[in-house]
Ligand binder design. Structure first.
Ligand code: GEK
Length: 238
């Protein structure tokens, strides 16, 4: 995995954020320095998957970026019987995966919009910080599609940055998150520029809205199993 340092927002010109050729080489550095608990999430998503994957069934990693979840699962489960399908609509991300991870024989990397992709029956579906990039009017139908694709005992593992219900908590957690980023070497200017670049691209909900959506599409229950500041993850059961 490449280890180039993310300097994208040292540039004063701010453009709408895209997962493009500039982001690919710095993506790992960017996500590690921006998402508190990321490594722990990846490790534990592989463990959660190992516990739930059914024999000969499909695992989907939707919005896979550079396939961190998929690769960790393939390493952890170590069975030729599992089939992981990792999908991203960034051509550059998927090209990188094709070029660098062809040794992962049970992962198929696909360039596609997950809103249009037809899912086959699966025992585990992962949305690790992907729903937050899906347009508001498409979020419900994506979660419903995942519900319909999961087998009887299937699970969705979903991680998201969330907003708070109260203004006070929102400011409090934002302050901690920005301090986390500054401790990881980002300047105030870089933090502000990235925030601007992500406005109207990263579309966040609060915890209640997510949990209501899981219920509304038919999931029986959701467990918030991980939280670091305003970054949370659920295991959602059919
Ligand atoms: C990880 N899960 O490292 N269809 C397919 N992919 C999409 C779509 C879409 N409609 N919209 C956005 N993406 C990864 C991290 S990053 C999260 C996920 C972040 C993709 C987008 O191209 C990007 O690669 C990914 O979702 C979100 O565990 O960078 O904060």
């Amino acid at each position: 995995m490449q280890k180039k340092v993310d300097k994208i927002f040292l540039d004063k010109k701010v453009k709408k954020f895209e997962f493009d050729q500039k982001v690919v080489p710095v993506f790992q550095d960017m996500i590690l320095r921006s998402v508190p608990g990321y490594e722990n999430l990846i490790k534990n998503i592989s463990i959660i998957t190992k516990k739930n994957v059914a024999k000969n069934s499909m695992i989907y990693d939707l919005g896979c970026s550079l396939g961190a979840c998929s690769r960790k699962i393939a390493d952890e489960v170590q069975s030729e019987k599992i089939k992981i399908v990792a999908i991203d609509n960034s051509e550059q991300m998927i090209n990188y995966c094709h070029e660098n991870y062809s040794n992962y024989k049970n992962i198929t990397f696909i360039h596609e919009d997950i809103n249009n992709f037809k899912l086959e029956t699966a025992s585990v579906v992962i949305l690790n910080f992907t729903l937050q990039f899906i347009k508001r009017d498409l979020k419900d139908q994506l979660i419903a599609k995942i519900f319909n694709a999961l087998d009887e005992k299937g699970i969705l593992v979903i991680s998201e940055k969330v907003i708070s219900e109260s203004k006070e908590e929102e400011l409090f957690l934002q302050d901690y998150h920005e301090f986390f980023k500054s401790c990881n070497g980002y300047t105030k200017e870089e933090i502000d520029r990235k925030k601007l670049s992500l406005s109207n691209v990263m579309l966040l909900d609060n915890i209640k809205t997510h949990e209501r959506r899981f219920k509304d599409v038919g999931f029986s229950d959701s467990c918030l199993w991980h939280r670091s500041y305003n970054f949370v993850s659920w295991i959602v059961r059919k």
